[in-house]
Design a protein around this ligand. Sequence first.
Ligand code: ADP
Ligand code: AMP
Length: 226
Amino acid sequence: MEPRVNLDSPALAVPKRIQPLFAPGTGKDQALVIFVLGGPGAGKGTQCSNLVRDYGFKHLSAGDLLREEQEREGSEFGEMIKTYIKEGKIVPQEVTIQLLENAMKATIEETGNRKFLIDGFPRKMDQAIKFEQTVVPSKFTLFFDCPEKTMRERLLIRGQTSGRADDNEESIKKRFTTFVETSMPVVNMFDKEQRVVKVDAARSPETVYEDVVKQFAAQGLEFMQK
Ligand code: ADP
Ligand code: AMP
């Protein structure tokens, strides 16, 4: 049985908005968001590190933010998040979106950076719609396409050192099922809207990145001036 979440918690109290918090862009009251999707182990985190280095994005991983919240002393959501992650299930959108919004606001306040790679999000239709309605519409979705067999091999290798509770055979199987049944419909919806940049991720990290850079250029995104 899924753990109950107190959705009336003050921690999740967001004011009702009639328009998103930010407009798309990098100016005042704006934020530039690129969603990064792909199955577990497709190489999202690996490629996001390259993009941070070369384009000056702030990388926000939904999974990392959830793991941090799970570990945070006094978090009322810790136990719930732990169960969802182990089972490879989608944590309720109220929690995930609030963590992302808080992290975006903190980044802008502390560094002035308004360019975000939001990695591992949106993984379910409700969070895709809610985020674009209440936080900011994304510029596009970068989708790493990778066969399950390759992702499984990568995750089992990562599991030897990651210390993650979900990099094991049983959790990996459940994560793949969630990805196919719940997350792929989101990619397909964005794809129909011609808002997906798709990259074949079953190649070496260097080759994958070369392709990402080419496709970013086609979207008008160039390397940061050093
Ligand atoms: P994700 O963020 O999509 O779960 P990661 O970036 O953590 O994936 O990559 C999963 C594992 O596979 C990591 O151990 C990483 O070092 C490795 N990896 C990433 N990209 C590649 C690649 N193109 N070829 C082989 N291994 C890769
Ligand atoms: P990741 O670190 O991206 O592999 O995600 C690990 C786990 O965190 C997932 O299997 C989910 O249980 C949870 N998670 C990550 N991203 C999301 C999201 N966008 N919405 C809900 N749960 C998520």
